[in-house]
Design a protein. Structure first.
Length: 370
């Protein structure tokens, strides 16, 4: 039994620490997932709490796992795990049944699990948790109570600082497709021979007020007594999807300029603002200033946004504004505004508004080496 308790302690500790860390690396991604949850459960009025809840969740998971694994305030950690699993196991079961959100986000973007896989993982953890809970009275303190609380408090403080740093300066590890070193066009290619999405198509026909479903093999194509009503297609088997599958950039006039940008043999800077109105004025002004510098030095500069045309017009300043899908922009970079530097369609660098290099850096690295 002792060995089983040690095994349970290690597994639960590692899983919760890992889950907390990957969420803390990308707190904005976790906030987006909370937003998806709120929309799925029709509680969108909580959207403004998404980021705060994301940081609270990743900190709670990490500390619960840290406590269980190290033995510091282990009983408290066990209760923390009980609360977290008690909340999210029923939620993941509902998600598995209804599937309003395809990926629960329990391991951020580091590892993607289906809702059923996540529910199964939680059930396994529950069994291990029972082992820990039944043996909780045999747990010995590592240090004095006050000392353990001081250590836990310091760890919480440092972990929150870590989360905020990733939020402000971009994730320390980029789990998303638009990593530094990636050639975007290569990640959009669908290899020959890979499985494609398979759909089941159903045709709905009406005869004498009675509706009936038909498939492709038996629909009444030559029977005029049946009247076509509707067609339904349901995905039954998911095929291959390239890592980057929704990268489309259009000019404000509606022209698709994606290939024009990706095939350009030279330096290009993207200034990315998913919503211009949500960005602070000073970061936007600094971005526009960089845009004017790039334009004066022959560097392509595009402002990518999902803001509406009228909103964009209020910011027009001689720079090139383009439209892109909001989800795509969120995936490209976790900042508003954020910046991506490309050369020959390859990502060379990524920055948030908080650590954007100055004109001197661009002049030294780009203009001199053009």
């Amino acid at each position: 039994m002792k060995i089983l308790r040690i095994f349970s302690r290690i597994i639960i500790g590692i899983v919760f620490i890992f889950s907390g860390v990957v969420k803390a690396i990308d707190p904005l991604g976790s906030a987006y997932k909370f937003h998806d949850y709120f929309q799925a459960f029709n509680i969108g009025f909580l959207n403004n709490l998404s980021l705060a809840l994301a940081i609270l969740l990743c900190t709670s998971e990490f500390i619960a796992g840290f406590s269980v694994l190290t033995g510091l305030r282990q009983k408290t950690g066990i209760w923390g795990v009980i609360i977290l699993l008690g909340i999210f196991t029923p939620v993941t079961f509902i998600l598995a049944l209804t599937n309003p959100v395809s990926d629960c986000g329990c391991f951020g973007d580091a590892i993607h699990l289906t809702n059923w896989q996540t529910f199964g993982k939680n059930i396994v953890l529950f069994f291990l948790l029972i082992v820990l809970f039944t043996g909780r009275n045999k747990i010995a303190r590592v240090f004095r109570t006050a000392t353990e609380w001081i250590i836990i408090s310091i760890v919480i403080f440092l972990f929150i600082i870590f989360s905020i740093a990733n939020l402000r300066y971009l994730p320390v590890i980029d789990f998303l497709p638009y990593k530094t070193g990636v050639k975007i066009a290569d990640k959009m290619v669908v290899p020959a021979g890979v499985p494609v999405d398979e759909y089941k198509t159903t045709f709905v026909y009406d005869k004498n007020g009675i509706k009936k479903d038909f498939d492709l093999n038996n629909y009444p194509a030559n029977d005029s007594t049946w009247k076509f009503v509707d067609q339904k297609s349901v995905l039954i088997k998911k095929g291959y999807k390239p890592p980057i599958h929704d990268f489309i950039i259009t000019s404000l006039s509606g022209e698709d300029i994606t290939q024009q940008i990706l095939s350009y043999q030279g330096y290009t800077v993207f200034m990315i603002s998913k919503k211009l109105a949500e960005a602070a004025n000073k970061p936007l002004s600094e971005g526009f200033k960089l845009g004017n510098f790039c334009a004066a030095n022959g560097i392509k500069f595009y402002i990518l946004t999902s803001s509406g045309t009228e909103e964009v017009k209020s910011f027009e300043n001689g720079l090139i504004f383009c439209s892109a899908d909001e989800t795509t922009l969120k995936t490209m970079i976790r900042a508003n505004p954020g910046y991506i530097l490309l050369k020959d369609g390859i990502i060379l660098g990524k920055w948030s508004w908080a650590n954007l290099p100055g004109e001197a850096w661009f002049n030294k690295v780009i203009v001199v080496n053009k």
